[in-house]
Ligand binder design. Structure first.
Ligand code: CTP
Length: 396
């Protein structure tokens, strides 16, 4: 929990900054050590004196003062957690684009600790496509996000964009520290992304998987202290957590080999990859030339990784599969759960808008061996990953 933790609170220019003394007070009362860094825009909304009194620490707001340099690296290294609350649209854009023009941004770009942000904006700013892109980018960079709330906004309008209340932010931080060691000592094997099956040196068979769901689960697992091996097909994503070992593969066969070599070693395996079910019987060494009005490629079945792991799984191991379906979704997911001897199946239905391949959101249904089911509503894949990992943790 937060007691004994060192928390660096970054405050940016938003009306919600007036709530930050309550965050500081709650954290200090619970036994955390809190240091505050303010952007110049935030100084108009809340006083340094209030924050230094409540935190019992000097409040920092400048990179240089009277010829002296504020050691941003030291502040970033000191913290167990950097909380940026409220996160304004301007600071979000700096975080997303790499604009390092104040003390808080210098700390952000050099911080080695986890980072949680609590955005606060008017609804029109919050739903703007650029804001959405920026939020997705900082999520991909490893920032955890405390969701904005619906309610009255500074403009007087009612909508999405309110910063979470200080009590909610405090609970999120408590939860974060409680979870951070939840999976320590556990070894996790995850597959993600598509595979590519070559027809010739130029063409391949693949699918639309972006790998986002698998990568989000890998980040979440590592964030909870697990040692993660992520076997990934070709995707354009990056891993940010140091606890993730990346194994890059191209074909279903390579993914199979990589997983089988860890088959005795994992506590949890999450098969989120969209593995090709068939691969060309032969791959032409030369580019196939265009001839005649039709052509066909003979395919052979690939090895089913989930199924193979299910057959040799030992008692302590937990196996999680994904089922991407377009029809008879529930029946198909339950059948896969049983046939592949998995402990949990995550159903993605392509019929749900905002769910499935490519996008940043998902909506899933979890099926358990016990016969239980759990629905997880439409939300960012990083948030879905939390729910999936919570469910896996219960299985352990
Ligand atoms: N899977 C796997 N190896 C394969 C094919 C699938 O490990 N060669 C895994 C996927 O990673 C996923 C689960 O099996 O966790 C279900 O994949 P899916 O493609 O939905 O099902 P299939 O068993 O391939 O059946 P179908 O394509 O007929 O629906």
């Amino acid at each position: 929990m937060v007691a004994g933790k060192k928390i660096l609170l970054g405050i940016t220019g938003s009306i919600a900054a007036y709530k930050t003394p309550f965050i500081v007070r709650e954290l200090v009362k619970a036994g955390a050590e809190v240091k505050v860094v303010m952007t110049s825009a935030s100084l108009d909304f809340v006083s340094k004196l209030t924050l230094s009194t409540l935190s019992k620490q000097t409040v920092h707001d400048q990179l240089f003062k009277e010829g002296a340099w504020a050691n941003h690296v030291e502040l970033g290294r000191w913290a167990d957690l950097l909380l940026i609350a409220p996160l304004s649209c301007t600071t979000l854009s700096k975080m997303s684009s790499g604009l390092c023009d104040n003390l808080l941004m210098s700390i952000y770009f050099s911080a080695t600790c986890p980072i949680i942000v609590a955005p606060a904006m008017d609804e029109d700013m919050w739903i703007h496509p650029v804001t959405k892109d920026n939020m997705n980018r900082i999520r991909e960079h490893g920032c955890k996000v405390i969701q904005v709330k619906h309610g009255e906004l500074a403009s007087g309008l009612i909508g999405e964009g309110r910063m979470a209340e200080p009590g909610e932010i405090f609970s999120e931080l408590q939860g974060f520290f409680a979870r951070s060691q939840q999976l320590s000592g556990k070894k996790v094997l995850i597959t993600a992304g598509p595979t590519q099956e070559s027809i010739d040196p130029v063409r391949f068979i693949s699918n639309h998987s972006s790998g986002k769901m698998g990568y989000a689960i890998a980040e979440e697992m590592a964030g909870r202290g697990a040692v993660v091996t992520l076997v990934t097909g070709p995707v354009s994503l990056r891993c940010y957590h140091k606890g993730i070992q990346l194994v890059k593969v191209k074909t279903a066969e390579e993914m199979f080999e990589a997983c089988m070599s860890s088959s005795a070693d994992y506590d949890v395996a999450v098969m989120a990859a969209a593995v090709a079910d068939y691969t060309p019987l032969v791959t032409s060494e030369q580019k196939i030339k265009k001839e005649g009005p039709e052509m066909s490629v003979k395919l052979k079945k690939t090895s089913d990784i989930l199924n193979s792991l299910g057959r040799i799984k030992s008692k302590h191991q937990r196996l999680i599969g994904f089922a991407l379906e377009t029809n008879n979704e529930n029946q198909n997911a339950i059948k896969k759960l049983k046939d592949k001897n998995a402990d949990m199946m995550v159903l993605n239905s392509l019929n749900n808008e905002g769910a499935g391949f490519g996008g940043d959101t998902n909506q899933v249904r979890l099926f358990f061996k016990s016969g239980q089911q759990k629905d997880i509503e439409l939300k960012p894949k990083t948030e879905i990953a939390k729910d999936i990992v919570d469910a896996i943790n219960e299985l352990l």
